[in-house]
Design a protein around this ligand. Sequence first.
Ligand code: NAD
Length: 456
Amino acid sequence: MENYHNLVGKQQRFFHMGKTKDINYRINALQRLGASIKKNEDKLKEALKADLNKSELEAYMTEIGVVLEEIRFTLKHLRSWVKPQRVKTPLMLIGSSSYIYPEPYGVALIIAPWNYPFQLSIAPLIGAIAAGNCAVLKPSELTPRTSAVLEQMITKLFPEEYITVVQGGVETSQALLQEKFDTIFFTGSVPVGKIVMKAAAEHLTPITLELGGKSPCIVHEDANIKLAAKRIAWGKFLNAGQTCVAPDYVYLHHNIKDAFIKELKIAIRKLYGDQPIDNPNYTHIVSQKHFDRLSAFLDEGELVIGGASDRSQLVMEPTVLTKISWKDTIMQDEIFGPILPVLEYKDLSEVIEGIHNHPKPLALYLFTESATVKKKVLKNVSFGGGCINDTIYHLVSPYLPFGGVGSSGIGSYHGKGSFDAFSHKKSILRQTTRFDIPLRYPNVKNGLKIIKYFLG
Ligand code: NAD
């Protein structure tokens, strides 16, 4: 097995030189990263097309543009984020003042998945740089062309002791995890998330885990059906369903079942045409293994939309299955592909119970016009984050930290959240030397009485 001890040691030494803590150094690194992304836009689009058949629009919107925006937002706010934050001080500590100093953890390990291979490598890296860390980035082995462009860019931009890309698969990832990092940021599946957490526990390394799971989409009987169908079709079939926050399945109120399916059919056709398989702008499945896993679901329930696929091209049409229950295999794990199973319900309590019986989702989408229904779902269901009357768009706002809860993840990022994910908050009390309140000392008369007055 390879050994990354020297590499991590080199980064540790570089970190301790203190350069990366300089705010101007961070700003310069982010500016250069942004400029390089703009310069390599065409190369990145070509690589994403070759790896996943991503269209130019999707590549720009979900991989390139989104990180450029993250850099712009970070550059705008970074000077204020790095400042020590003054907080209140209790009366008992009169004479002193209190501050929270954000400080970089040190050397960060970032492990990324294949579904948004560029965005999910660069977005955490922006946080790592902004917070003043060094970083080792391990992109996915399943999208080799994008990972290669990423490596070329980073190697040209930064010295190895500051930021570097390590290519490889499971073994490389495991070898990296043997090392003692100061923080680990992992995006990927739940089972691998557990492996990462175990490895981090060996060194007591703080972690952020951005995982997945089955994200429900609820369409209530009072929803705007046409708009719901359009926004669900977009969110589900974007990247051919290979999105961590894609609606995994729909809980549909039985009164609107036929009307919704009809609108969904129209919406899918409008987005991808009559033959989505031949649509050059429709993303393909990442590998044969994933394609075969998805194909096995096609026999379940009743096929109402799509169903066609081409193994030689690794493409599968947007597909919708009805008459599905929690017992079907498609409902056991995250689907991560363009198949949308539909479960029907009569009462909202069935939905809440159904979700409660399963791990906490990464996202939840609720389509309704009713304030009571919104309140009931938000109050009773725990999930990472989500939207009312939309899908996926909560990720777009830099003011909304993005992450999971329970088995869908630990910690969050985006916007200031990314800076926080890579920062330790050092609490400092600045005490006065002008006087010394004697209460705490054991030789003070009535000390206990006075302490009791202040504490409790
Ligand atoms: P994955 O967990 O298989 O792989 C992710 C990374 O971990 C890759 O770099 C891979 O090389 C590495 N890895 C794989 N097996 C490993 C092992 N045994 N030990 C150590 N490292 C290992 O995930 P994936 O298939 O690339 O991505 C799909 C999953 O990621 C889905 O579950 C999806 O929901 C999740 N995801 C989550 C988010 C999020 O932001 N929460 C975003 C995208 C994807």
